[in-house]
Design a protein around this ligand. Structure first.
Ligand code: PRP
Length: 224
């Protein structure tokens, strides 16, 4: 069945639509899904198509930008989704989050140019570049440190090098991008891993297939 034929908000359908984050998470998440019995021939981290059928489970995969996954799930365009905790913390989406998939481990950290002194917390605002403005503002507010946010969409590590910001708040996985730009991790704000999220209506109206996916994925995570 195609996505066109089964709009997810049609809760009379028994199949489920699963929104997956393209990029770094896709490979490890596809592996887990395959272990759980959810598989679509042709779907790999390299494929360019955006919609794939999983005939064995009457499911459909959508491949979307990581930051868009909560939107698809919250609005019911997908019944479930897989997305990093970093994105959920930033967006504060109204979805269920029943399962930590324990892949894609990374952290959101504050970083600065090597050797740069710590800002005096009572001095004037420090400028912080990030693609996580909400997480960043909350973090510095809790410490009573006024900040000026510079919202960027990528290549955050450039900001301190060109004088656009005093600090950055960004994802760190191996730390090699920071190192390559002479940046030091100053403080870890929070850890992040991939999470399974579920639309609130789908959990009730498509309880059986959604619960089956949760149970089978939970077993796959435990077996890793
Ligand atoms: C992320 C993040 C860092 C990098 C961290 O960027 O923003 O730049 O990965 O990984 P590392 O610690 O293993 O070096 P991404 O590749 O998602 O691209 P972006 O800069 O466009 O956000």
């Amino acid at each position: 069945m195609t996505v066109k034929a089964r709009r997810s908000q049609d809760h009379t359908s028994t199949g489920i639509t699963i929104a997956l984050s393209k990029g770094k998470l896709l490979g490890p998440v596809l592996h887990l899904l395959k272990q759980a019995g959810y598989y679509s021939p042709g779907l790999s981290a390299e494929s360019r198509k955006l919609v794939f059928d999983c005939a064995a489970n009457d499911a459909t995969f959508l491949i979307v930008r990581p930051t868009d996954v909560p939107t698809y799930v919250e609005h019911g365009a997908a019944d479930v989704g897989v997305v990093g905790k970093d994105v959920l913390l930033e967006q504060g989406s109204d979805v269920y989050e029943p399962l930590d998939l324990k892949v894609g481990a990374c952290r959101i950290s504050v970083a600065a140019l090597q050797g740069q002194p710590s800002p005096d917390r009572w001095s004037s605002k420090i400028r912080v570049a990030t693609k996580y403005p909400n997480v960043t503002e909350r973090y510095f507010n809790q410490r009573g440190m006024p900040v000026e946010l510079v919202k960027l969409y990528g290549s955050i590590e450039l900001a301190p090098i060109v004088g656009l910001a005093d600090r950055i708040v960004d994802l760190v996985e191996t730390g090699s991008t920071l190192k390559a730009h002479d940046l030091a991790e100053v403080e870890v704000i929070t850890q992040s891993t991939a999470r399974l999220i579920v639309n609130r209506a789908s959990l009730k109206l498509k309880h059986e297939p959604v619960q089956a996916l949760i149970d089978r994925l939970r077993a796959a995570v435990a077996a890793e």
